[in-house]
Structure formats: C-alpha cells, structure tokens
Write a protein that binds this ligand. Structure first.
Ligand code: NAP
Length: 672
C-alpha cells in the first residue's frame, strides 16, 4: 500500500485517519499515493490562518510581500526536476507540465513584479482621487482598499495541480490573505510536493499557506464574513457551494470558475488560401490535445461559415491524425492519457450525449491498457443542435457547427451561456469589431487572431497573469487573475469621508486642503530620513514676457499660432490673444521650484495628471506651490519615489496648471 498524502495543518505535516482512497498513475494504473482528510482539524486550520498567518502577512507592506513572492519563484524555479517527474503520473507530457509547473512559477514572478511596481510600499491602496463633498473643501471622500482579516480557501480542479494553486495563492498573498489550499484529490500528490517545497524553503511566513489533502467537507462550516472561497471545478460542485448556509447567510465570499463551452470562430472573410485558415486549424487542434483537452479554456465549439465547413473538418482531421497518443514520458508522444479512468468515463458519457445531435467526423487512435488513454474526436452538429452548447466533454473532443452570417455566429457563441475564453480568426477589421462587441458580454477573454498577431500570440487557451481569468454566466463569474485587479478583488473597498487632514493621516497621502509644513528648509534638501508628507515650498513669482514666449516658440519649433500670431490668436474663442505655451509654463515652474545644487533629489522621472486650467497671457505672473504628496521608499534600493503636488497659480491666485511631479530621492544624504 502506498503512503498517505500529508496535509500541512497549523504548522505541522499531518496525515488523515484510516487507509484513505488510492490515487492511480494516469498512464500505468499503478497506485501513486492514498488520500484522506478524515480527522484533520479544519477549525484549527482556519484559526491558525487567522491568528498566525494573517497578522504576519499584514505586518508586511505590499512591496515586502512582493519580494517574498519573487524569492519563492526563484527558489522553486531552481529545482523543477522532481515536480516534472511526478507530473508525468498525472498524464501530463513534458509540454503539458511546462504549462502547469513553469506557468505557475511565471505567475508568481509576474505578481511579484506587479506588486512591486504597481502597489504602494504600504498596507493600504488608494482607489482613485479625492472626491470633494462640500462647498469649501473641508469635507472630502476617498476610496481605499484594505486587507480583510480572514482566510482565503482555495478549492482547485484536478487539471492544473501546480499552476491552479499558484495563480490563486499569489494574488491572495499580495492582498494580505493567508491561504488554505485544497487540491482536487486525483492529482493532489503533485500539489503536495509543490507545497512541501514551499514550506521547506521557509520563505513564506508561517500560517500564510496551509494544505488540505482530501475532502473539503465541513470546511465552509468554519468560515465567516471575513473569509473567501475561490473555487475551480464543475458547475455541479459550484452549485453545492453556492447554497452553503455560510455563503447564503454568513457573508462568506465565493468566487467560482466552472464549466465553460468555449468557442473559436472562423471569420466569414477567411478563404482556403488565407494564412488565417491554418492559424484557426492549428489553434483548434492545440486546444483539443494540450493536457488531453482537460483545460477549462479548451475549444469545445468550432464555429465556421457554412461554405468552409468541409474544408475545416478535413484540415482539422488531417492534423489530428498526426497526434500520437501514449506514454507521457515518451518524447514522441504528443498527447498523454486523461488524469484518471474515472475522468475518461465522464468524457465517454459526454460524447454519448453529443452524439444525440452530432455525427463523428474524425476519431483518432489511442493505446489500450490500464491507463486512461482516449483518442481525439471531432464531431459535426447542425446549428440547431442543443447538446454542443450544454455538454462539456472535459477531454480531447470538439464539435464543428456551421453558421450563416456574423449575427448567427454571435448568436451561436452566446448559446454557451458564458465562457472563459473565445477566439475569432479574421483579417477583416469590421468583422473583428462586430463579432468582438457581439460576443464580449458572454466572455471573460477574447483572442482576435490574424497573420499580424500570430508571431507573438499566446494562443486561445493560455490564461495570463496580467489579464483577467474568469468569465460570466456558466463560467462562474469569478475573477482570479488580471494583474492588480486580481489582488484588489480580494480586498475590501471602503469609502472614507472626512476632513482633508484626517484623510491625509489615514491614507498617508497628502490630500488637497490639508495642512502644509513650511519650516524654512527647501524640501529638495531633505532625504527620505527627514522628508515628510505635507512639506511644502511656495516659490517667488515670475513674469512671463512676450520675449519669453517668442524665444520658446523659436527654440522648440512650437510656433502654433496661439503663441505667435496676434491676429489669429485674438480670433481663437478660448484665448482671445497670445498665450504662453503650456510646456513653457511647466518649464518655468520647474525653474522656480528646483534647488539647483547636488542633493538628495536624484531625478525627475515624469509628471502625472497634467492639466492646463487657465491661459497664461503676456505679462502674467506665475508662482508655484509644491507639496510632498506621497513617499514610497523602494525596498531593494537606497532611494525611493516622491510624488509632489504642484499647483501653478497666476497673480490672482487662480490655478493655471496642476500636476504631480515624480522624483527619486535618496534615503540618506550628507550635506558636504
Ligand atoms: P469537481 O469535481 O467539481 O472538483 C473540483 C474541486 O472541488 C476538487 O478539489 C474537489 O475535491 C472539490 N469538491 C468536490 N465536492 C466538494 C464539496 N462538496 N465541497 C467542497 N469541495 C468539493 O471538478 P473537477 O472534476 O476536479 O474539475 C473538472 C471541472 O473543472 C470541469 O468542469 C472544468 O470545466 C472545470 N474547470 C474550470 C476551470 C476554470 O477556470 N473555470 C479550470 C479548470 C477546471 P475532490 O477532488 O477531493 O473531490
């Protein structure tokens, strides 16, 4: 008898009670491990996450959390052989394992980088700008995102034991949520190995990752309004979770990624001679055979113009005929077995259902034997068939359906009732717009492929960490990825209403209307050690002469009539005469506020939100008020980013330009 898989519970590895259920090698049928969660203390897991993991995680800034994810990604990438070797036992070929194992590490790297670049070095995220709520500006509103003091339970499907875990873990970790990972039993041995490597590395704070091998029965009973469940799996199980009392009445947040009858549409513009036909056929075959079709994003419905149906079927069949099905360890094998014979039986049932309205137009060959091998199969169905839009064969099976025109193609796509991913292969921009706008309400992601995009296209079925992964309707409505959206999705957004001073204190970002500090020291002479939010310099004023404007026009070549031609400028309805270039105003403003000598300010790397509000006429006077708005020290550098609020005013005190100046400032500085 093989060993029982262990769960990682409240800081120690632990097996369940009893003999457990055997888990079999997909290719050989040999026992790999046994699994049971019987006797595992689920309440202790939830408590450990909340009492130990959560506080440790939320004590770190987003940048520190991102740094740990990066260290973890590097650590795991350095030693992949064991994971790859075990992955064969799930039926995955070397190429399939790349999607799962390297894809998972890539997601960690991507979130580490996004966390460091796009989130503040803080524990709060500001959502948008300040909303003024009263006449005088003493009452304002600011949306903020904060971490929730709960646990993220992640229930995963069997098809991506490594990537499926890491794509949920990474954004949850950045969001400040400790995770309890519950892999699907069938392939849990691979997730267990990956989690073991993570725990052994000691990189993640204790309590931020726990593993439950075996049934999750009873786990939701332990959750409350602080907690969330991210589920990936069948619509059937999703239905059970959706009606759990703690979801219905207890405030537990549930995100679902479920069945998806994804389609690929061949544009009506594509003829047999176009390169797009080949791209279309390759895409369908790749999606049918990668992971033996056990991908939530795989193409199940192939929608083609009626005139191209026979051509497409012939081309797909010819390609599928070259696909060798067999031992996933064999380099000549293109497609391995399904994850289990149980899974193969499920696909068999789905094919039976599809045959009620479709005929098989291609059937490949697969080896006999104890493994869960299944040959690829292509069916054809009429546009009125019901089953292709209802039944998900979670294996190497697709159905070709002919459409009459673009509107018909859109209507057929919509009959999937909500999908994760759809693709359209066309070289016609009008078709691209009409179909994309038509099918977008039913899709989480749409690939529009043609000869231009093909060289760099990541394909129909690859979820990318920077883009949303999820889909409406049948696909569940969940959102796991999408860059920082995937992080914010797991935080609490709250509208805070208060005075500007209170908002500055709460958010750590200077809010218009709150106190400024003018202590006689130019803020450009202060390093991050002494610089504070609210530090301000008010400059002397400067008159802008006609000579200044002429000089700037000639020097830069910007001789737009409003700056050079009195008569034409006078006729301009907005200016009524010569005005200074906006960029001249900004340049002169810099001349007013900079401190010229070498100092802690190292560089100006841009401006944000630049607006020109009032025209500056000849002989107008301008002055600048520059205030430290936000200070973001970089964890891995001896400097940080300082955002300054800049307001340029005229002699009447009216703002003529507002913007944020972005600089890099040293953490320490010694005046010589
Ligand atoms: P499944 O049978 O629904 O199982 C999914 C997960 O739910 C497994 O971890 C399973 O654990 C667990 N589970 C089962 N019953 C549960 C319950 N009553 N309470 C809590 N957890 C429970 O799905 P599957 O067969 O593994 O996966 C295939 C399906 O997943 C396909 O339909 C596919 O479309 C879908 N899928 C969707 C996506 C997506 O992103 N939308 C991605 C991949 C797969 P046990 O294994 O221990 O039973």
């Amino acid at each position: 008898m093989s060993a029982l898989l262990e769960s990682y519970v409240a800081g120690r590895w632990q097996t369940g009670e009893g003999d457990g259920t055997p888990l079999l090698d997909a290719g050989t049928g040999e026992e790999v491990a046994r699994i049971t969660a019987s006797g595992i203390d689920l309440a202790a897991m939830v408590d450990h996450a909340k009492q130990v993991g959560g506080p440790a995680l939320r004590a770190l800034t987003f940048h520190e959390r991102a740094g740990l994810l990066k260290a973890l990604a590097k650590h795991l990438s350095a030693d992949k052989d064991e994971l790859y070797a075990l992955s064969f036992r799930t039926g995955a070929t070397q190429r399939d394992s790349m999607i799962d194992v390297d894809g998972g590490f890539g997601t960690l790297f991507s979130y580490a980088s996004k966390g460091a670049r796009e989130l503040p070095n803080d524990t709060i995220v500001l959502d948008g700008g300040t909303e003024r709520l009263g006449k005088t500006g003493v009452f304002a509103g600011q949306h903020v995102y904060v971490s929730r003091p709960g646990v993220a339970v992640q229930i995963n499907a069997f098809n991506f034991p490594v990537w499926g875990m890491l794509e949920k873990l990474a954004p949850a970790f950045l969001a400040g949520l400790p995770s309890i990972v519950k892999p699907a039993s069938q392939t849990a041995y691979l997730t267990e190995l990956a989690v073991r490597k993570i725990i052994e590395s000691g990189i993640l704070p204790e309590g931020t990752l726990q593993l439950l091998c075996g049934s999750a029965s009873g786990l939701l009973d332990e959750l409350d309004e602080r907690d969330s469940v991210a589920f990936t799996g069948s619509a059937h199980t999703a239905g059970i979770l959706r009606t759990h009392p703690h979801v219905l009445h207890g405030g537990v947040r549930l995100g679902v990624e479920a069945d998806s009858l994804n389609c690929s549409i061949l544009g009506p513009d594509v003829s047999a001679d176009d390169p797009e036909l080949d791209l279309f056929v390759k895409g369908v075959v790749a999606e049918m055979t990668a992971k033996a079709g056990q991908k939530c994003t795989a193409i199940r419905r192939v929608l083609v113009p009626a005139s191209m149906q026979d051509t497409v079927i012939e081309a797909i069949g010819a390609r599928l005929a070259k696909v060798t099905v067999g031992d996933p360890r064999d380099e000549a094998t293109r497609m391995g077995p399904l994850a289990s014979t149980g899974q193969r039986d499920e696909v068999g049932k789905a094919v039976e259902a599809l045959r009620a309205s479709g005929e098989v137009v291609f059937a490949g060959e697969a080896p006999d034997g104890p493994g869960a091998f299944l040959a690829p199969m292509l069916l054809r169905a009429s546009r009125d068939a019901v089953e292709p839009h209802e039944v998900e064969p979670f294996g190497p099976v697709s159905t070709v359906i002919a459409y009459d025109d673009v509107a018909d193609a859109v209507a057929l796509a919509a009959r999937g009732k909500g999908s994760l991913a759809g693709s359209l292969v066309t070289h016609d921009p009008a078709v691209a717009r009409e179909v994309t706008l038509g099918v977008a309400p039913w899709h989480g992601r749409i690939l529009v492929l043609d000869r231009e995009a093909a060289p760099e296209s990541t394909g129909h079925g690859s979820p990318l960490p920077v883009l949303v992964h999820g889909g409406p309707g049948r696909a569940g409505g969940g959102e796991e990825l999408g860059g920082i959206r995937g992080v914010l999705h797991q935080m609490q957004r709250t509208a805070v209403q208060a005075s500007p001073d209170m908002l500055t204190a709460i958010t750590g970002r200077w809010t218009t209307g709150s106190a400024r500090t003018e202590d006689g020291v130019h803020p450009f002479r202060k390093s991050l050690e002494t610089l504070r939010v609210g530090d301000t310099i008010r400059t002397a004023s400067r008159r802008i002469t006609r000579e200044d404007i002429d000089h700037f026009a000639e020097f830069t070549g910007d001789t737009f009539y409003a700056h050079t031609d009195e008569e034409a400028a006078a006729a301009n309805p907005l200016f009524g005469g010569i005005v200074a270039h906006g960029y001249l105003v900004v340049s002169l403003a810099a001349g007013l506020f900079v401190d010229p000598d070498p100092g802690p300010v190292l560089a100006n790397f841009g401006v944000d939100n630049l607006r020109f509000l009032t025209p500056v006429k000849v002989d107008d006077e301008i002055a600048v008020t520059l205030t430290v708005k936000q200070i973001t020290p970089r964890t891995s550098a001896d400097y940080g980013e300082v955002r300054w609020d800049a307001v340029v005013t005229n002699a009447e005190g009216a703002p003529v330009a507002t913007y944020d100046v972005l600089t890099l400032v040293a953490k320490t500085w010694q005046e010589s």
